[in-house]
Ligand binder design. Structure first.
Ligand SMILES: Cc1cc2nc3c(=O)[nH]c(=O)nc-3n(C[C@H](O)[C@H](O)[C@H](O)COP(=O)(O)OP(=O)(O)OC[C@H]3O[C@@H](n4cnc5c(N)ncnc54)[C@H](O)[C@@H]3O)c2cc1C
Length: 401
């Protein structure tokens, strides 16, 4: 059994780990020219499903490395703040934290580096998928650099704009919610910890401001410095150091940014940083200082989009995983978790039938049926979250907010 995975994101790499661990041949083709060819984003909340999938697919020492380089496990507390950082709503915290159901927060680049460990010779960069062909009982993949790859199964793990999905399910659609976001990063140090309120730490913290604008805050504070964690759990892993930080992203209806889409998405990090400051100018001095002291150069824009849930294709030798099948809006922070969940389920199902090729189609069909159920539900929930933000703006426009 030989599996080709297109896309070395969290989902594709986790699948490769799960297959490698079970002795199945796997190759990952990635469009980027190198692992660090572009910034990978900031923190990721990994919930109970994501943790279980990582524990299942990674070797023990690498799973330990994921948790050691993550925040302390925490129970989601549903705390929302107003623009003066006062608590608007807080559900009763579960105490003590139940480690079995708690979430952790990882640095996305660190997670990807851990997921890449032990995959030398399995991951190829600079390989942009172009198209596939079904030939007898094999799949033939053509990349833009002219290389040709052959496998028993092809998995499209190539994200929200998936080219594999484009060929497999041409009518599948991506929804633009009409919300844009600006992401920024404040490095945490002894000085700013003195004036940052406790309210901003401990989990995801949406700050609901005026005009239907939301500032989503979340800290990354690893339990253990990375070099110490590597020495303790997996001395061969190549992982870059990363210092604690607070991530923020300002979400608002697109028209509030005052520029066209072309201008917004080609703006400099400095312009975006200044824009976020301008759009929160009436918020509390602490919020303004938080944004002002952030690193200008790493600020980036994002359009909030999601898959239209419900895409269907007939089961065969080509399937989808993660955002290529069910991209969620960032509201709720579940996209990576369901990509990891897909990866663990698919690795398990393929391995089960590795010696029984006649059962392969059935194994993939089972994976797809379950994945559509939880994946499309997650997309619907995340769209409802985005709609709540838009609705608060509409209520304001109608003078009801
Ligand atoms: C700013 C932000 C914050 C988020 N925060 C969270 C969070 O806290 N928790 C959470 O669960 N989710 C979060 N998400 C969602 C999460 O990032 C995605 O759901 C997750 O990355 C999906 O994983 P994936 O492997 O399916 O796709 P991706 O991670 O997008 O990886 C796809 C890979 O495919 C490659 N590729 C694309 N096209 C081709 C091609 N033609 N040929 C070869 N390779 C190709 C890409 O270069 C990329 O490496 C967040 C998303 C964003 C944007």
């Amino acid at each position: 059994m030989h599996v080709l995975v297109v896309g070395a994101g969290v989902g594709g790499l986790c699948l490769a780990q799960g297959l490698r661990k079970r002795g199945i041949g796997v190759v990952v083709l990635e469009r980027d020219s190198a692992p660090d060819a572009r910034a990978q984003g900031l923190r990721l909340k990994i919930d109970v499903h994501g943790r279980a999938a990582l524990a299942d697919c990674l070797d023990d020492d690498h799973y330990q490395l994921v948790t050691a380089t993550a925040n302390e496990p925490y129970q989601s507390r549903g705390v929302t703040l107003d623009e003066n950082l006062n608590v608007l709503h807080s559900s009763v915290p579960a105490q003590p934290v139940d480690e079995a159901t708690a979430s952790i927060v990882v640095n996305r680049h660190t997670l990807r580096q851990i997921l890449m460990s032990e995959l030398t010779g399995h991951v190829f960069f600079g390989k942009e998928f172009e198209r596939y062909e079904l030939v007898d009982d094999r799949v033939v993949v053509y990349c833009r650099d002219g290389s040709i790859w052959v496998a028993d199964v092809l998995v499209g793990a190539d994200g929200i704009n998936s080219a594999v999905r484009g060929q497999l399910v041409p009518d599948a659609d991506v929804i633009d919610t009409g919300l844009w976001s600006i992401y920024g990063q404040l490095m945490l140090d002894e000085q700013n910890r003195k004036w940052l309120p406790e309210n901003v730490f401990g989990g995801s913290r949406p700050v609901l401001g005026p005009q239907g604008r939301t500032l989503a805050l979340g800290s990354f504070q690893p339990q253990m410095p990375i070099d110490q964690a590597i020495a303790q759990f997996a001395s061969r892993a190549e992982i870059s150091p990363v210092a604690p930080y607070l991530k923020w992203n300002l979400i608002a209806p697109a028209e509030q940014f005052g520029v066209s889409a072309d201008e917004f998405f080609s703006s400099s990090p400095e312009w975006l940083h200044a824009k976020a400051g301008e759009m929160t100018a009436q918020w509390s001095p602490v919020v303004r200082r938080m944004l002002a002291e952030s690193l200008s150069a790493v600020t980036f824009p994002l359009a909030i989009r999601a898959s239209r849930p419900g895409a269907f294709w007939s089961t065969g030798r080509v399937t989808l995983l993660g955002d290529s099948a069910h991209a969620t809006t960032p509201v709720g922070g579940v996209g990576a978790n369901i990509a990891l969940r897909d990866a663990a389920a698919l690795a398990h199902n393929i391995a089960e039938v590795a010696d029984f090729p006649d059962l392969l189609q059935q194994a993939i069909a089972q994976y797809e049926a379950a994945m559509r159920e939880y994946g499309y539900q997650a997309v619907r929930n995340s769209l409802a979250g985005a709609e709540r933000i838009l609705r608060s703006k509409r209520l304001l426009d109608a003078g009801q907010g």
